[in-house]
Design a protein around this ligand. Structure first.
Ligand code: FES
Length: 159
């Protein structure tokens, strides 16, 4: 169960230096930084709303749109590209029926692409919910996505 904004802000009001930690907690508990959350954080910490947006936009860990329960990140940096990232991306887009950076209608998956996640020796790399899957192939990616779908249907899936 997500902590409410009140709970997250408890003991941190009027403490502008807590901004990043508070935003991290909101992102973690709510899945994204809503406009309402940003307004509340701004007012509670005494940080101008433009500064909150600046920080939220600067760090890639923060998102201003709701994300899916499961986040799939496909690397399309040079090493991954050379080793077959494009077919992986095409397959994931088709399987999930979304565009890059989008979330499936059922809210289950968000598909992101990045330009290098720092594990080029293991290219092509796919990250699912923070877990790295090296040397990915289209068959393994399909199996991975299907496994998550199956677990969700069976009620055993976790983010
Ligand atoms: S290019 Fe994909 S991990 Fe570096």
């Amino acid at each position: 169960m997500a902590n409410s904004l009140d709970t997250i802000l408890e003991g941190r009001r009027s403490q502008p230096h807590q901004l990043i930690e508070v935003l991290q907690d909101v992102q973690h508990d709510h899945g994204y930084l809503s406009r309402e959350a940003i307004d509340t954080v701004s007012e509670s910490l005494g940080v101008p709303v433009m500064e909150v947006y600046r920080v939220a936009n600067f760090y890639t860990a923060f998102t201003l749109e709701p994300r899916g329960k499961h986040v799939i990140t496909l690397c399309k940096g040079t090493a991954c590209h050379v080793r077959g990232a494009n077919p992986l991306i095409e397959q994931a887009l088709g399987l999930l029926d979304v565009g890059e950076g989008e979330t499936t209608e059922n809210g289950l998956f968000t598909l992101e692409t990045v330009n290098c996640i720092g594990t080029c020796a293991l290219a092509p790399v796919v990250v699912l919910n923070g877990v790295y899957h090296p040397l990915m192939t289209p068959a393994r990616l399909r199996a991975l996505i299907n496994r998550v779908r199956r677990e969700e249907e069976e009620g055993t899936g976790h983010a």
